[in-house]
Design a protein around this ligand. Structure first.
Ligand SMILES: NC(=O)c1ccc[n+]([C@@H]2O[C@H](COP(=O)([O-])OP(=O)(O)OC[C@H]3O[C@@H](n4cnc5c(N)ncnc54)[C@H](OP(=O)(O)O)[C@@H]3O)[C@@H](O)[C@H]2O)c1
Length: 252
């Protein structure tokens, strides 16, 4: 594939994100608390997460290692951070959640596999064939350092908030409670906020449009979900804190 074709596809991928965003704002994704039986065949929630996220490390490895440019420590660093995140998300996180007996529609699993296929193509092909292979001095570049700090702030917010949500249920429980403490006192979905910050940091760290397509898509996927969660909390709990925002503290 020529680099020119890659960039045409990348622009189309980013344009698709902008087109999908208003649609996703109107269509609640039917998994987790929003799951219902109108979306066709279903499978175990944990298996679904393992499949849909577990393909990502394999897909990106293919594109990265079949790429022809010389890999440097920074190339391996960008690749490694992505892979570590997805190993956690697919093979550790689903088994920490209290969701035994819950189901996920196959169509959600299929669309997440499709998303990961495209996303890993754009990241992996870029890192394998086009850029991100800086020399070691890039590790002290202000852009890289700021991005790295933002990335780990996001990881911290995401993992801590997910841990607090998981801890709301005793073993065997499947219902929902009002979370409190940490950023939950400010927003309904700090875990999704943290995930957006994390990949924004990843994009800043690398500085390329190719890698920035991932944070763009993360916002497109997670901001509507956070707004859905927020509305759902208000409809489910009459005593839900009125001052709490949905996903961006003090703003939204
Ligand atoms: N990068 C991306 O594009 C992307 C896309 C999707 C998800 N993710 C990440 O994957 C993780 C999970 O996403 P998600 O959308 O499933 O998050 P979520 O809806 O907030 O759920 C997280 C976990 O906590 C449980 N939970 C949530 N609120 C609860 C409450 N009030 N009381 C009791 N239990 C509660 C959920 O159970 P139930 O499943 O039973 O609701 C689930 O096991 C997050 O870290 C998210 O950032 C990333």
């Amino acid at each position: 594939m020529t680099i020119q074709l890659y960039y045409y596809l990348l622009y189309a991928w980013i344009a698709l994100a902008l087109i999908a965003f208003p649609f996703l704002l109107r269509q609640t994704a039917p998994y987790g608390r929003h799951a219902n039986s109108n979306w066709g065949p279903i499978i175990s929630n944990q298996l679904g997460w393992m499949i849909q996220e577990g393909v990502a490390p394999f897909f990106i490895s293919f594109w990265f290692f079949t790429g022809t440019i010389e890999k440097t420590n920074t190339s391996y660093f960008f690749y490694g951070l992505y892979v570590l995140h997805y190993i956690y998300r697919s093979y550790i996180f689903p088994f920490r959640t209290q969701t035994k007996g819950k189901q996920i529609p196959l169509i959600i699993v299929g669309s997440a596999v499709f998303f990961n296929f495209c996303n890993t193509f754009f990241l992996g092909y870029y890192l394998g064939n086009i850029g991100g292979n800086f020399d070691n001095s890039y590790f002290t570049n202000p852009l890289f350092v700021v991005g790295l700090v933002v990335f780990f702030i996001g990881v911290y917010i995401n993992v801590k908030s997910d841990n607090m949500l998981i801890a709301l249920r005793k073993p065997g429980e499947t219902g929902y409670k009002i979370p409190t403490g940490f950023l939950f006192d400010k927003i309904s979905c700090p875990n999704l906020f943290g995930e957006m910050i994390e990949w924004l940091g990843y994009g800043i760290m690398n500085g390329s449009l190719a890698v920035f397509s991932f944070p763009i898509w993360t916002v497109v996927n997670l901001l509507p979900r956070a707004l859905d969660h927020h509305r759902w909390y208000h409809s489910k709990f009459s005593n839900y804190p009125k001052e709490r925002k949905a996903v961006i503290p003090f703003v939204l």
